[in-house]
Structures are given as structure tokens and as C-alpha cells.
Design a protein around this ligand. Structure first.
Ligand code: K2U
Ligand code: NI
Length: 185
């Protein structure tokens, strides 16, 4: 299982690399990578397991964050209408997006960043994505809200981008034109 000690922190070169695409059929190693990433998120959402292993809660985690520079990440979000959005994205792409932007009112954090960085992180409000599942089947999803924000945060990790790269240094809380803040419930 992935523990906090397995998660690389700011300054580690893996966080600034462009990860490489994964080929199919998945190797056993790549299949285990996918399982481990998704299990981390499920464990971090479990009060007992997260307490026992001191796991930081995450709704997303990308392979480079455990020093594997491959284009794979996991998302595991409590959806609004009760069902959880939970999947592995392999070789993910944003194929289209809204002009309208959004941002997390509370700002963003990162499992690889052990400090609080203030400021609005502009994200596309709605995105259409494609990715492959572990069987190699391509799928397409339309995402909005926290799922869209998280997807963009994780895709950035595959391109060596950190959330704070998007924050206006001069004015971290500068209004983002036309953006509607996403309020977590
Ligand atoms: O990639 C990571 O480090 C996990 C990030 C993902 C994330 C950050 C900001 C906004 C969306 C996703 C976080 O640790 S997940 C923690 C979290 C939980 C609920 C809402 C926002 C962030
Ligand atoms: Ni992150």
C-alpha cells in the first residue's frame, strides 16, 4: 500500500517531468501501480485506515507523486447525488473545455506540498476528457465541479505542473474574469 513516505515532495524532479504514455496490454507492474493509486485514495477516505497510517486525504493522486513518471492518475470523489466517482485514467486528455473558468474558493492543496499556498487556481469549469481504463478501453467523460478541478490538477502532475504555477504571484486572489467559484459543500 502507498504511505505518505512514498509520496515525493516539492523539489523532487519527478514532479517537474513530463510523464510518458503507458502501453497496452498493461504490464503486471503497471496494473499494480493503478491498483495502488486508487487504493491510496480509498484508504485516505477511510477514517480508521487514514488514522492508523496517518494518510492525508486526497481525491486524486498521480503516478509522478510516487516517483513513477507514467501518464496515470486516480480520482476518487464523493459525488453529489451519493454515488462516488472513482476511476483510473491512463493516457488522459482534455479534448474540449468551456470558455468559462472556475476555481476552488478555498484554494488548492497537494499531497506533494507540505505547506499552505494561498490564492485562486483558475481551472476550466467544464471539460470533456478521454482516457483508457486498465483493460485498454478508451472512455470519454464530461466533468464539472470538483471532478473537473481534480482532473485538471492531476493532469498537470503528468506535465510537471504544480497548482501554484497557476496562481498570480502579484495578486493571488485576483478576480478571474468570468470565473464562478466552486463551493465545496
Ligand atoms: O494531487 C494531489 O496532490 C491530490 C490533491 C488533488 C486536488 C487538489 C486540489 C483540488 C482538487 C484536487 C489533493 O490533495 S486532494 C485533497 C482535496 C480534497 C477535497 C477537495 C480538494 C482537495
Ligand atoms: Ni497534487
Amino acid at each position: 500500500m502507498i504511505l505518505m513516505e512514498d509520496i515525493v515532495r516539492e523539489g523532487h524532479p519527478a514532479l517537474r517531468k513530463k510523464s510518458v504514455e503507458v502501453t497496452f496490454p498493461l504490464s503486471t507492474e503497471d496494473r499494480t501501480l493503478c491498483d495502488d493509486l486508487l487504493n491510496y485514495l480509498k484508504n485516505s477516505a477511510d477514517p480508521e485506515i487514514s488514522e492508523k497510517y496517518s494518510l492525508r486525504a486526497g481525491v486524486g493522486i498521480a503516478a509522478p507523486q510516487i516517483n513513477v513518471t507514467k501518464r496515470v492518475f486516480a480520482l476518487h470523489l464523493p459525488e453529489l447525488k451519493g454515488e462516488t466517482l472513482s476511476f483510473i485514467a491512463i493516457n488522459p486528455k482534455i479534448v474540449s473545455h468551456s470558455v468559462e473558468k472556475t476555481y476552488l474558493e478555498s484554494g488548492e492543496g497537494c499531497l506533494s506540498v507540505d505547506r499552505n499556498i494561498e490564492g485562486y487556481v483558475p481551472r476550466y469549469k467544464r471539460i470533456t476528457i478521454t482516457a483508457f481504463d486498465v483493460e485498454g478501453n478508451e472512455f470519454k467523460l464530461r466533468l464539472k465541479g470538483l471532478a473537473a478541478i481534480a482532473f485538471q490538477h492531476e493532469l498537470d502532475h503528468l506535465n510537471g505542473i504544480m497548482f501554484y504555477d497557476h496562481i498570480d504571484k502579484a495578486d493571488p486572489y485576483k478576480e478571474i474574469p468570468g470565473a464562478v467559484p466552486f463551493m465545496r459543500d
